[in-house]
Ligand binder design. Structure first.
Ligand SMILES: [Cu+2]
Length: 560
């Protein structure tokens, strides 16, 4: 293998960001959103691409989905429309001021009871109310500042059962305690103190202070096509999506699709759709958690110096520095930084969920090894001094050479009773890590022999009752009408332990076979498989400094 430098090519992929911006503006201005009967705000938009598991490149997104909150009627609206219709420019000669305008594009609107996550704009609106109430909140005193806390949103139940939306604001150094959380009723504009379900006021600071300012917005759209070459050989091609545009109920961090190594398909999709936090139930968690289902689509600022391919995608000459590297919450970039480090190409992003800062990273090496990585950090807050666990779940949709004929096998040394080192998983199954058996797994194409091994990382911990499991081997479920394939368990942010845990066991179908013997040869035949891999990180202030705050397995090619 040539040992030369890796050459990186990164180009925009998919719809033009200006067309996406036009579509987002069209949704915000649409009569279905700007109704006369209430105050509404677009909280999030994302693009949805059709699923086509063919060779080649993914189909570009065709649908725009906007999450809207209606403050007057206390409901959430999901507005969906075709990108082509929404982005269409006004016909020639038509000006915005013309009395006669074209009919608005068709959109589908569904309404729900529920509280979507606040956007940065909504948080700033809540902060403006708190600042106006500065005397009571203590903002404006020397050094006092606001940050985005957990939980990010609460509800106040009305006598008729409806729920009014309350956006929380964390206050640092304001008033007689170091930390305090207040809320703003977004319907009545009232500032609420002593909120049930939030961490108690605290004088125990942990972690570095949050950045005083947000870095410049870089939008929330776009995808890039990445090609990595070495000495004229193409090693890697894949499409990368930033956290803000990633798929799933709560986003997925940095998402990869159509990952080919040396011209052969490895993964159809690879991402982190489920992430949660668990505080120990020892009575001293002071209102933290007790659990949080977090989100992976809010980007935080970090240090990255380089050239922007698109807003939110920066190619760097030197490694980017996140909070884990710099110790600082500041930085002038948000999105995905892409760079070469030795024999690896690295994609990294920093994300925020309340005071947590999460690092989503992929390292793809010249020798075909893929290192998915997830890092854990936080800014000053009243909770993370208390011992807690982070649980992170990667979804790895392997399509080794083809979307079918993929077999899942498990390695045990010593072998399990009566078996060989490698055994085939015949049915959908959840399996624990078992270091006593040096347990690892592989996905192999039964027709061509190529495969990838998944080797647990040394810091990846073991599942607790809340952590649920270490590995799930599932059959890929094609997209049924009106629903996605099993991208995640559909659970949004919650603090309820019964809801926050990863509900991946619900995907285990007793009759779903991962392999069956070929009647002619007796050899096992495979199918299209998805592995979910969980890592469990114990975050304790008492842990020695050298404990790495990064977890993740290694994916290694075989017979490639
Ligand atoms: Cu932590």
């Amino acid at each position: 293998m040539p040992d030369g430098e890796l050459e990186l090519e990164v180009v925009p992929y998919g719809p033009d960001p200006s067309a996406v911006n036009r579509a987002v503006e069209a949704v915000a201005a649409h009569p279905a959103v700007q109704a006369q009967d209430g105050e509404r705000r677009v909280l999030a938009t994302r693009l949805v691409a059709p699923v086509h598991k063919t060779r080649g490149l993914p189909s570009p997104p065709e649908q725009l989905v906007a999450t809207v909150y209606d403050y007057t009627n206390n409901r959430m609206l999901v507005v969906e429309g075709a990108l082509d219709d929404l982005e269409a420019e006004p016909p020639d000669g038509a000006a915005a001021s013309d009395e006669v305008t074209a009919a608005p594009p068709d959109v589908a609107v569904s309404e729900y009871r529920g509280q979507p996550l606040p956007s940065e704009e909504e948080f700033l609106a809540a902060l403006a109310v708190v600042s106006g109430d500065g005397g009571a909140a203590g903002l404006g005193r020397d050094g006092a500042r606001a940050y985005r806390p957990l939980p990010p949103v609460l509800t106040v139940e009305q006598p008729d059962g409806t729920e009014e939306r309350v956006v929380t604001v964390g206050l640092l150094g304001a008033g007689d305690v170091r930390h305090r959380i207040v809320g703003v009723n977004m319907t009545t504009r009232e500032v609420l103190h002593d909120l049930p379900g939030t961490p108690a006021p605290s004088d125990h600071p942990c972690e570095p202070p949050p950045s005083a300012e947000f870095c410049d917005p870089t939008g929330s759209g776009g995808q890039v096509l990445v090609t990595v070459r070495q000495g004229g050989t193409t090693l890697w091609t894949f499409v990368a999506t930033r956290p803000a545009a990633s798929s799933g109920t709560n986003g997925s961090g940095v998402e990869l699709q159509f990952v080919d190594y040396r011209g052969k398909r490895v993964l159809y999709q690879a991402h982190v759709p489920i992430l949660n936090v668990e505080y120990f139930q020892d009575g001293i968690n002071e209102g933290c958690g007790p659990t949080y289902r977090d989100w992976q689509n809010q980007e935080a600022c970090f240090e990255a110096v380089g050239q922007d391919v698109l807003p939110g995608y920066r190619v760097c000459q030197a490694p980017a520095r996140t909070l884990l590297d710099s110790g600082s919450d500041s930085g002038d970039f948000r999105g995905v930084a892409i760079f070469v480090q030795g024999q690896e190409v690295v994609l990294v992003s920093e994300m925020a969920a309340g005071w947590y800062r999460y690092i989503s990273e992929w390292r793809l090496a010249a020798d075909g090894t893929i290192r998915p990585r997830f890092g854990f950090a936080a800014t000053e807050n009243p909770c993370t001094c208390h011992t807690h666990h982070h649980h992170v779940y990667w979804r790895l949709d392997f399509d080794i050479r083809t979307p079918g004929s993929n077999l899942v096998q498990e390695f045990n040394d010593p072998p399990l009773a009566g078996g060989a080192n490698w055994g085939t998983q015949a049915y959908e199954v959840r399996r624990p890590k078992d270091t006593g058996h040096k347990r690892r797994w592989r996905v192999q194409n039964t027709r061509t022999g190529e495969g990838y091994e998944l080797v647990p990382g040394p810091n990846d911990g073991n599942a607790s009752p809340f952590g649920m499991g270490d590995l799930w081997a599932l059959a890929y479920k094609p997209q049924p009408a009106g629903a996605g394939p099993e991208i995640d368990d559909g659970q949004g942010f919650t603090t309820n332990p019964a809801l926050a845990r990863a509900h991946l066991d619900g995907f285990l179908t007793p009759a779903e076979q991962l392999s069956n013997p070929d009647p002619a040869t007796g050899q096992p035949r495979g199918t299209d498989v998805v592995l979910w891999y969980g890592a469990h990180f114990l975050h304790a202030e008492t842990a020695p400094e050298e404990v790495e705050h990064i977890v993740g397995p290694e994916l290694r090619p075989m017979n490639w």
